[in-house]
Design a protein around this ligand. Structure first.
Ligand SMILES: *[C@@H]1O[C@H](CO)[C@@H](O)[C@H](O)[C@H]1NC(C)=O
Ligand SMILES: *[C@@H]1O[C@H](CO)[C@@H](O)[C@H](O)[C@H]1NC(C)=O
Ligand SMILES: *[C@@H]1O[C@H](CO)[C@@H](O)[C@H](O)[C@H]1NC(C)=O
Ligand SMILES: *[C@@H]1O[C@H](CO)[C@@H](O)[C@H](O)[C@H]1NC(C)=O
Length: 214
């Protein structure tokens, strides 16, 4: 009786190991298949990009002759979002505001100057996608030079504000330090802006012009 019980348990253990082995083989096969598919899709995408380039050039040539609306055939670097004639990049690393300005310069851009709803929606969607529960991203807006006078990093005035009205932003709240809140983040869930201390660390949104397709 005792012996039987023992072998029964051993048989059970062997079965478990066997099942475990099967599951791990199956999941590594699934991973291989996924990788293959990603590779294949990338090839197809490159092909489509090429096609797009050619068609766009062709269209532009034709459009010149028949007063059709001219479109610019532009593109953004890998991993940048393409919105209109602009490209946007959302980082995952976090820096303070002035370091974020430099980080954007290092990749040939500037902190984002969000002037249209279309740009807003695109970066917020991407923010939700890559950020998960994380929501705040630096944009190139501050009143660092003169309290209450919000300016973009290219010195242009703020014309279309997207402040969070529910929380009466911007409120220059002093709870984060005596310097108040002179820099702005976009909240990708609330889809509007908050002023925060410039010394805080957030990921950033960089921006640059899309380049003409060659
Ligand atoms: C556009 O018009 C010019 C002159 O009318 C002609 O030489 C040229 O081939 C046309 N281009 C296309 C793409 O049709
Ligand atoms: C197309 O690009 C040119 C040069 O970059 C620019 O001057 C022009 O405004 C653009 N046109 C449109 C419709 O975006
Ligand atoms: C400033 O922030 C603190 C903490 O978040 C909050 O309790 C306080 O009400 C805020 N003050 C103003 C004026 O909004
Ligand atoms: C930002 O961080 C850098 C160090 O990475 C520091 O030297 C600089 O003083 C900080 N700036 C602000 C405004 O906090």
């Amino acid at each position: 009786m005792n012996l039987l019980k023992k072998t029964g348990i051993r048989g059970h253990a062997i079965l478990c190991v066997f099942i475990g082995l099967l599951v791990s083989v199956a999941s590594s096969q699934a991973a291989d298949k996924l990788e293959e598919e990603v590779h294949f899709l990338k090839l197809r995408m490159d092909l489509w990009k090429n096609n797009y380039r050619q068609l766009c050039k062709h269209f532009s040539n034709l459009a010149l002759n028949c007063s059709a609306p001219v479109i610019n055939c532009t593109e953004c670097p890998d991993k940048w979002l393409h919105v209109g004639d602009q490209c946007f990049f959302l980082s995952t690393d976090r820096q303070n505001w002035s370091d974020s300005i430099n980080k954007c310069k290092e990749i040939g851009g500037h902190l984002a100057i969000l002037t249209t709803i279309e740009q807003h929606e695109a970066v917020e969607k991407e923010g939700r996608r890559i950020g998960g529960l994380y929501t705040n991203y630096w944009i190139g807006l501050s009143d660092i030079e003169s309290e209450g006078e919000w300016k973009w990093v290219d010195k242009s005035d703020l014309k279309t504000p997207f402040w969070n009205a529910l929380n009466s932003e911007p409120d220059n709240n002093l709870s984060g330090g005596a310097d108040g809140e002179d820099c702005a983040v976009v909240d990708s869930y609330n889809q509007n802006w908050f002023d925060v201390p410039c010394s805080f660390s957030y990921p950033r949104i960089c921006q640059k012009d899309a380049t003409e397709l060659l």
